[in-house]
Design a binder for this molecule. Structure first.
Ligand code: CA
Length: 221
């Protein structure tokens, strides 16, 4: 799941990126308002984490611009300023949630999960497709026979993408876009290799190949 992290504090953005990547996000860092504006207009993000105090402008103005442009990905505001006016202004400008620095990364992850879940219309961290259940906290897959299977980070991200919309066909390019950040350089063979590995877990026909189109999760295979 692609995440845009807008944060000018390099130490914080690097440590947050490690935390977020472990939790299954593909993270692009924007250290300025301008770079965030450019990235958001070119890439497709599922969620953004936005610092308000940026070297070349205010994060709130950027958020207002995104909402005016119809960018509707959920936005999570991070800021050193913890007073109530900032929270109210952030929410009024179109933010979905808010956390004041310093914060615990567990709280950030839990709140991020919650806003994404709400956007997907779910009430818990379990993603279900047919008799398969993906536990987003533990990054485990429960198979129809009840056995748990641990997943690597990339396996988890790929399966999450497919299972979130069973029956929808994803091209290899779309999967690469959702699975990797701009700093990675995967190719279509990488996706093929991961699909082969996942098929050994979920069964050959559960991840269907649509010739010339891509892959789809068939929950009833
Ligand atoms: Ca800042």
């Amino acid at each position: 799941m692609r995440l845009l992290l807008v944060e000018d504090d390099r130490l914080l953005s690097e440590s947050l990126t490690r935390t977020l990547e472990r939790a299954g996000y593909s993270v692009d860092i924007a250290p300025s308002r301008q770079s965030a504006e450019t990235l958001a207009s070119q890439e497709s993000y599922r969620v953004a984490v936005l610092d308000l105090g940026l070297p070349d402008g205010n994060g709130l103005d950027l958020l207002k611009l995104w909402r005016q442009q119809g960018q509707d990905f959920p936005v999570f505001i991070l800021t050193a300023r913890g007073n109530w006016q900032d929270k109210v202004n952030g929410l009024k400008a179109g933010a979905d949630d808010y956390l004041a620095k310093p914060f615990q990364s567990e709280e950030l992850l839990a709140r991020l999960h919650a806003i994404i879940r709400r956007c997907e219309g779910r009430s818990d961290d379990m993603l279900t497709a047919g008799s398969f259940v993906l536990d987003e906290n533990r990054q485990y897959l429960t198979l129809p026979d009840g056995t748990d299977h641990p997943l690597t980070g990339t396996e988890f991200r790929l399966l999450r993408c497919l299972m979130a919309r069973p029956g929808r066909v994803f091209s290899k390019e779309q999967l690469i876009e959702q699975l990797y950040s701009l700093s990675d350089s995967p190719n279509e063979n990488t996706i093929e290799a991961y699909v082969r590995r996942l098929r050994k877990v979920v069964g050959q026909n559960t991840i269907e190949t649509r010739r010339g189109q891509g892959y789809t999760f068939n929950a009833n295979a």
